[in-house]
Design a protein around this ligand. Structure first.
Ligand code: MRU
Length: 342
């Protein structure tokens, strides 16, 4: 990708429309928070860290458009902006991590002009920190990948989803850059095909050999000895190490354990939510049935059939071999490791 997946242009935010990839590289310039909120809901921008970054810029945009007002009135209106952005997608911790930081900055500012400026600064800071974190995650994680390995991954966790290097994909691409002969099996990731559309696209650009498989092939490749490790990202990791990620991740983790294959999660500490004790407490986004009954707008099921569409599932910590963060790699006991790393 020649341009950045998300970029602040001073008075607007520019994103690549991920729903148009890989066919068309279309960039959108969004100059108000409602447009950014819609882009998040419609998955034009997606992936936990990228949602957080976009959410932070949306707050800065929303603040900039609030008409001259006294500080209290301004903060009240800004809360409305923050609430609207918070309502876009419930599962990724990174969105709430970013919104909480933005709110804290707003609350501590003395006057409206100053708050508007510091909100832009804070959003840029969050963006930079998330991008920098992916570089360290990639370096730590690449140590775990051995020369000659085939790595199975799910959904999309590259620069599109996280900025910088990406998380799970950053690990794989970094191992490849280190000269290791690494191959990837990429799950297509139904219903919205982030693996087929985005992961293969990013890996091809990075020159990493990738083979696309349908989600239901993963067990076959694990059982026949074709997979050396599984690595995915996460949307929310809780205090005991349970982790929510794209629907289908739990299935992979169980299959990996059954076949004695290490299952790694790569995620920044902004994905960790220590306020939740177990994965049972993670809110799981339910998306429209049409995403299941249709593929890219084309119906694949009889009209009117019911369809379920939970966008994420939770992998209990006992299936996770290690969690790779920018502050280091955590293993069981996760309670201790997570508290230590934060
Ligand atoms: O619904 P999405 O496409 O936003 O889901 C994304 C994922 O599940 C990713 O695996 C996760 O956010 C990690 S992104 C580095």
């Amino acid at each position: 990708m020649d341009n950045l997946p998300i970029e602040w242009l001073g008075d607007r935010v520019r994103i690549i429309d991920q729903t148009r990839l890989p066919g068309d590289e279309v960039y959108l310039e969004l100059d108000n928070y409602r447009e950014v909120a819609s882009a998040i809901m419609e998955l034009k921008i997606r992936g936990a860290p990228a949602i957080g970054i976009a959410g932070a810029y949306a707050v800065a945009l929303g603040a900039s458009k609030i008409e001259p007002a006294a500080r209290d009135e301004f903060l009240e209106k800004l809360q409305g902006v923050i609430d609207a952005i918070a309502a876009t997608r419930p599962t990724a911790r990174n969105l709430f991590f970013a919104l909480e930081r933005m709110k804290k900055v707003a609350d501590s500012g003395e006057n409206v002009m100053y708050i508007k400026k510091t909100l832009v600064d804070e959003a840029s800071k969050i963006h930079k920190e998330e991008a920098d974190a992916t570089e360290r995650i990639s370096e730590f994680g690449a140590e775990l990948i051995k020369d000659g390995w085939t790595v199975l991954t799910h959904c999309n966790t590259g620069p599109l989803a996280a900025s910088g290097y990406g998380t799970a994909l950053g690990v794989i691409i970094t191992a490849h850059k280190q000269g290791k002969n690494v191959k990837v099996l990429a799950d297509e990731t139904r219903p919205l095909l982030q693996g087929a559309r985005l992961t293969t696209w990013e890996l091809q650009k990075a020159g990493v050999p990738v083979t696309l498989i349908t989600d239901n092939m993963a067990g076959h490749f694990m059982r026949t000895g074709k997979v050396n490790c599984v690595i995915t990202g996460a949307d929310r990791i809780v205090a005991n190490g349970d982790a929510a990620n794209k629907i289908g991740t739990y299935t992979l983790a169980v299959l990996a354990k059954e076949n004695n294959i290490p299952f790694y999660i790569a995620a920044p500490t902004s994905t960790i939510d220590p306020s939740l004790k177990t994965g049972e407490e993670i809110p799981i986004e339910e998306r429209s049935a049409e995403e299941v009954t249709h593929i890219q707008g084309v119906p694949v099921a009889p009209e009117g059939v019911a369809a379920a569409n939970p966008a994420f599932d939770v992998t209990p910590h006992e299936y996770i071999t290690a969690i790779i963060t920018e502050n280091g790699i955590i293993k069981e006991p996760y309670n201790k490791g997570i508290a230590g790393i934060l």
